[in-house]
Design a protein around this ligand. Structure first.
Ligand code: 5GP
Ligand code: ZN
Length: 141
């Protein structure tokens, strides 16, 4: 399998290898998709790369390119009767990442109560501050 790189002590690597059971929805050569064990709503699924990496930016581009089409397919199926959903991908403990193997959450949003609840603490800033930020980002690209 192209580029597959798993570790011994990672929960999701063990799921990919079948050492820990999971409710598999689908897989490709590069990605694996299964139901979250503690769902935020019915059908909550995870898409993970068959490549152990803690952060999204550490995953090779060809594997990332395989993951989103799978997420799209599963988003349409896992919502069952609901067509609204969130795709969530956390990087680092401050960003709410618990399992240190990259994963996209696909979380059906059947109604206001179930699914992802989002805090959205927007800041009001000046155009000058926006442009300073833009400059900093472009320098590092
Ligand atoms: P994170 O907070 O790291 O973005 O989310 C990790 C997710 O993995 C959580 O939603 C959690 O319920 C799920 N999870 C943790 N351990 C297992 C497991 O052993 N099996 C499955 N299917 N999901 C798990
Ligand atoms: Zn892993």
């Amino acid at each position: 399998m192209a580029n597959q790189h798993l570790t011994d002590d990672c929960l999701f690597c063990k799921i990919i290898r079948g050492e820990i059971p999971s409710c598999k929805i689908a897989e490709t050569d590069k990605s694996y998709c299964f139901l979250d064990i503690n769902p935020l709503s019915e059908g909550h699924a995870l898409v993970i790369p068959k490549f152990h990496a803690e952060f999204l930016h550490q995953v090779p581009d060809d594997i990332l390119a395989d993951m989103l089409p799978l997420a799209k397919k599963v988003a349409l199926a896992s919502g069952l009767d609901a067509s609204q959903y969130n795709i969530l991908q956390n990087n680092g403990p401050l960003a709410h990442q618990v399992v240190k193997h990259v994963h996209f959450h696909i979380i059906p949003k059947p109604d206001a109560k179930q699914g992802l609840q989002i805090g959205w603490p927007q800041q009001v800033i000046s155009q000058d501050d926006l442009k300073t930020t833009l400059g900093r980002i472009k320098e590092k690209l």
